[in-house]
Design a protein around this ligand. Structure first.
Ligand code: XMP
Length: 324
């Protein structure tokens, strides 16, 4: 009979047989639940012969890289390599304001950095790396065979599919028969922290698509701080698991304000929080007014460069979840 415990055992056996006694595997991890669960399965099956690579693209959230490092390395014992490529990504994003261009630059740069790092790991392992791990879920499999969701045709989605084109690696997809809720259950069984198991989705292009206009280091800092405060307040209010996804967007528009007796002229933060079942359609979340007041006051007081906070009250459709 099919149980999650049986699934783990069977899958680990299958991976061991497939990879053999000396083969090695690489895989990209993002800090999200799918890639972490997939990485933990590989780590359980073949230990140090699985190499996780995390690429810091400079547009992750505040403290995120350190958190991923601590959770995966100390917490889960995964053999992890962190590649700080923030300068490369931010250099290529300089002067770029078009959303699709941002997405393509980030996707392509990710592939370049990942290939370079995996070549280094392969050389270090004596050419033993034969497999690439992907955290593909059943809905992704179905979608790529028969059905393209609206977001797929409207925006270039960043994923690791492009990785296989140049690399001579075979694919391991241990989650390809599972739905999201099953991946979460599996993660819990494998000792992955609840906070990570229930984390909101985060797009591949990171906060670059939540910073409208040019992505510069100072804009990244503003967007990061505002987002951090919003999510912190959501957690404090016990709302995190009631909301499907929440984040702050930085709008490159200046507006006049007053702080103390000083006139200010600074940018706008837009807050987005949605409820959805499948992310194909979504409704904006209804907060208590007092909650929004707290968040707005904190962001304007604590984040230099922001003079005004607005709340996005557009459903999907006609808007998308992300602003770009
Ligand atoms: P949209 O904005 O298309 O977002 O309504 C729907 C869901 O997809 C996420 N999203 C992405 N996820 N790579 C990802 O892995 C991407 O390029 C990407 N773009 C959007 C978005 O955060 C939301 O959960």
């Amino acid at each position: 009979n099919w149980t999650m415990e049986n699934f783990i055992d069977t899958e680990i056996e299958r991976i061991r047989k497939l990879v053999g006694p000396t083969g090695e595997v690489i895989g990209a991890v993002s800090g999200g639940v799918d890639s972490t669960v997939a990485a933990k399965l590989l780590n359980t099956a073949i230990g140090e012969r699985f190499h996780a690579i995390y690429v810091d693209n400079g547009v992750m959230r505040l403290n995120e890289t350190k958190q991923v490092h601590d959770t995966l390395t100390a917490g889960l014992g995964i053999n992890l390599k962190i590649v700080d490529a923030s300068e490369v990504f931010l250099g290529k994003l300089k002067g770029v304001t078009d959303p699709e261009k941002k997405r393509k630059i980030i996707g392509n740069t990710f592939i370049e950095v990942f290939e370079e790092e995996s070549a280094k790991l392969d050389a270090a392992s004596g050419g033993n790396i034969e497999y690439l791990l992907q955290g593909t879920l059943y809905p992704d499999v179905i979608e790529s065979i028969s059905f393209k969701g609206p977001s797929q045709t409207i925006k270039t989605h960043h994923n690791v599919g492009g990785l296989l084109e140049n690399m001579k690696l075979k694919l391991i997809e241990p989650l390809r028969e599972l739905f999201k809720d099953e991946v979460r259950a599996l993660g819990t069984l494998m000792g992955i922290p609840e906070e990570l198991v229930w984390r909101h989705p985060f797009p591949g292009p990171g906060i670059a698509i939540r910073i409208l206009g040019e992505v510069t280091p100072s804009q990244v800092e503003i967007a990061r701080k505002a987002d951090y405060i919003f999510i912190e307040e959501i957690r404090k209010a016990g709302l995190y698991n009631k909301i499907s996804q929440a984040f702050a967007c930085l709008l490159p528009v200046k507006s006049v304000g007053v702080m103390g007796d000083q006139r200010t002229y600074e940018q706008v933060i837009a807050l987005r929080a949605i409820e959805t079942v499948d992310f194909m359609t979504a409704d904006w979340y209804i907060f208590e007014a007092s909650f929004l007041k707290t968040v707005s006051r904190r962001i304007v007081n604590e984040v230099a460069g922001v003079a005004r906070v607005v709340y996005d009250i557009t459903s999907k459709p006609p808007a998308t979840v992300e602003w770009e």
